[in-house]
Design a protein around this ligand. Structure first.
Ligand code: NAP
Length: 312
């Protein structure tokens, strides 16, 4: 007989998806634990300003994440601080989670582990991380007040974070490897209106240091092949995210590693659900992550009822 701590639903990861799932699951009367390695909030915690969460005025990611957390715990979701090392399927179809806080047992596991930033993978990037190269504008932007800043990437993150950096410096340039941004048109327009410079159709060849700090960046123009080097004080990299899918090797993934689910958020492994940024989904927003969480909680509850009925 297994001895671990027993829950109806265990959620792994405390970003907006996980917290929303925790809220809905606990509110539905399911004994719910959410296991999180660090502070709840996930990637939302590093967003300076959120203006598109329905029903709420502009607020910081930290403020929104705190509201999510309060609401989840208010309904009885237990937040556990720890790392999940592995998830094992037991003979009755339920799961055992080996964690730094001991063993946890549940018929349902919801994977809400999100994604981690991708690196540019160019010479100098790794060595100069923390010395002028950064992946978080709100964390490190203030070190570059009134300095010359380069932002790399062409998606919503690069364009939106460049606007935060623009508040700190009037010398912000966004560079992208194509001649057109991937970001939403409204964000691109706001960025252009904010007076942010762009350097399009360029690949970053290297980030160059001097005295242990970023000194310059070398580019190659994709149209002409011309190589040029320009001085910068800070380089912010926003070139996408890598899904944190390692805990569920048996769940089906897309070609880039995002976990596939059905419309109930159930993965290819019965009883394992996936929500938010780790899921194969066409549009990643806090509101869509929260919605994933609500959907998963609802169908996880239904799945538990079906399991219990079939047991008789
Ligand atoms: P993303 O949409 O995947 O964009 C990544 C960008 O980095 C792309 O422009 C890509 O170029 C570029 N890139 C990738 N690898 C590169 C490399 N090795 N070298 C140079 N450039 C590289 O990632 P994201 O901007 O972080 O956004 C992630 C998700 O969060 C998206 O779904 C986004 O909509 C969402 N998000 C939404 C908001 C908002 O609504 N306010 C804010 C932030 C993020 P290509 O274009 O050539 O592929």
């Amino acid at each position: 007989m297994a001895e671990g701590k027993k829950y109806d639903v265990i959620i792994v990861g405390g970003g907006p998806a996980g917290l929303a799932c925790g809220q809905y699951s606990a509110r539905a009367g399911r004994k719910t634990a959410l296991i999180e390695e660090m502070a709840p909030g996930g990637q939302a915690m590093i967003i300076d300003e959120i203006e598109n969460y329905p029903g709420l005025e502009k607020l910081s990611g930290f403020e929104l994440a705190s509201k999510f957390e309060q609401q989840a715990t208010g309904f009885g979701c237990e937040i556990v601080y720890g790392t999940v090392n592995s998830i094992k399927k037991l003979s009755d179809g339920s799961f055992s989670l080996d964690t730094t806080d001991g063993e946890y047992l549940s018929p349902v596991v919801v994977i809400a582990t999100g994604s981690k930033h991708r690196n540019l993978e160019v010479p100098g990037e790794k060595e100069l991380t923390g010395h002028g190269v950064s992946y978080c504008a709100t964390c490190d932007g203030p070190f570059f007040r009134n300095k010359k800043i380069l932002v790399c990437g062409g998606g919503d993150s690069a364009c939106q974070e460049s606007m935060y950096l623009r508040k700190l410096s009037d010398n912000v340039t966004v560079t992208h490897r194509r001649d057109r941004f991937r970001a939403q048109a409204s964000i691109v327009k706001a960025m252009q209106d904010a007076g942010i410079k762009t350097k399009m159709n360029m690949t970053v060849q290297s980030i160059n240091g001097e005295n242990g700090k970023v000194k310059s960046v070398t580019f190659q123009d994709k149209a002409t092949g011309e190589v040029s080097t320009e001085e910068y004080d800070g380089v912010f990299v926003f070139v996408g995210y890598i899904p944190q899918n390692q805990l569920v090797p048996d769940c089906e993934k897309d070609e880039t590693g995002f976990i596939k689910t059905d419309s109930h958020m159930m993965t290819s492994v019965p009883g394992i659900f996936a929500i938010g940024d780790v899921r194969d989904t066409p549009f990643r927003q806090i509101v869509t992550a929260a919605a994933d969480g609500a959907v998963a909680a609802h169908y996880a509850s239904e799945y538990i009822d079906e399991r219990n009925n079939n047991a008789y």
